[in-house]
Write a protein that binds this ligand. Structure first.
Ligand code: SF4
Length: 371
């Protein structure tokens, strides 16, 4: 049983241990989801065989447990930032990025995870969009990125952001199950407040998350334009989920008192970086409790736009602040190795996948129908 996508309660339900075994089972579960080899003391206390036999005979005292951590096939180091690639069992790849953080003398690592291989959303500035959607990742494949990162980079991988490949709300159920596993006190024990889900602006997904009542989770929205006219040129989602309706969904969302939305704004030269864009954006966001995260555009392969100049980034932030909108800037890291924001995705994988199924086409947008 691959436990990476299961909470401890689900493992217990599946295995049905005797009451006196639950504590040992919990210890084994915690070790495995954290990517650590089982300690010998975790071997079945009820099994009277030598240690080596126990471990060879079956992992974890006859319990069919294993953590199926996908192999890391490539890593790319760019300064302090590391991108790592895992190979799935069907020959595709997930990409994740470890970003060291530091504030107020404390340091930790943030892990940017993927929720899909590729993406169906077609944002024109994004490398991942060039793949199309190859498939959704399972909860185990999502959490396996965290387990692999903790094993390779240490337990100070403490924040998780769903900002890698894919639109998390297009894979809603698997992402929520993965978050249940991440926050399971018997396992990985992440605080929900240290997890952020970033959406392209799927209104139905935001409303569905609101209905689930997971109020400690952080929500980021990739907006990138001050109005639908500009947004629909770079983000096709704007045609089905227009900005006024998106704002209504944000206003209806049950934010906690000290919580705010992160509004991501990829600054693209000549597209959305003028003074009037900053003023219009601030006006649009005025009723929303939010901070704008200005992200200097990281050119994808064959990009029609360059990266913005330093001056245009500073100007845009000044205009936003003058218009009364709180904002901050995402530092540019990883651009050289296609590990920065919007640069994930290996096009060769997409070609292989399409040749394999003979379709020549990426998958369509999955439905977000309520169960
Ligand atoms: S920006 Fe996000 S939603 Fe848009 S294509 Fe890229 S991965 Fe998908």
């Amino acid at each position: 049983m691959d436990i990476l996508g299961l909470t401890f309660r689900q493992v217990v339900e599946a295995i049905g241990p005797r009451p006196h075994q639950v504590r040992a089972l919990r210890a084994a579960y915690r070790e495995l989801v954290n990517g650590r080899p089982l300690a010998s003391h975790d071997a079945d206390p009820g099994l009277q065989t030598p240690k080596t036999d126990r471990l060879e005979a079956g992992p974890t005292r006859g319990w069919p447990l294993r953590a199926d951590i996908l192999p890391v096939v490539r890593t790319h180091q760019d300064g302090e930032l590391t991108k790592f690639v895992q190979r799935t069992h069907d020959g595709l790849e997930t990409e994740s990025v470890v970003v060291p953080m530091e504030r107020y003398g404390r340091s930790w690592k943030t892990l940017c995870v993927s929720s899909q291989v590729g993406c169906a959303r077609g944002c024109t500035f994004c490398e991942t969009a060039q793949l199309g959607l190859l498939r959704n990742l399972t909860p185990g494949e999502i959490d396996g990125q965290v387990t692999a990162a903790r094993r390779a980079f240490g337990r100070d991988v403490r924040n998780i952001v769903f900002m890698g490949m894919g639109e998390p709300f297009d894979n809603f159920d698997n992402v929520m199950q993965a978050i249940d596993v991440l926050t399971d006190r018997s396992g990985l024990s992440f605080s929900a407040a240290s997890i952020a889900v970033s959406t392209v602006g799927r209104i139905q997904g935001i409303r569905r998350l609101a209905a689930l009542g997971r109020r400690r989770l952080n929500v980021a929205v990739s907006l990138n334009a001050p109005n639908d006219e500009i947004r629909s040129r770079i983000m096709p989602i704007s045609r089905t989920d227009p900005m006024p309706a998106l704002r209504d969904a944000l206003l209806d969302y049950p934010l906690r008192k000290c919580q705010f939305f992160m509004i991501e704004y990829v600054l693209i030269p000549g597209v959305n970086d003028a003074r009037e864009h900053a003023v219009e954006l601030a006006e649009f966001l005025r009723p929303v409790k939010c901070v704008v995260n200005v992200i200097p555009y990281n050119p994808r392969r064959d990009s029609p736009w360059p990266a913005p100049s330093e001056k245009s980034v500073v100007n845009f932030m000044t205009w936003l602040q003058d218009a009364g909108q709180m904002c901050k800037r995402r530092l540019t890291k990883g651009r050289d190795h296609m590990a920065a924001c919007g640069q994930l995705g290996n096009r060769a994988i997409a070609r292989i996948d399409r040749a394999r199924d003979g379709s020549g086409e990426p998958m369509g947008v999955p439905s977000l129908a309520q169960p």
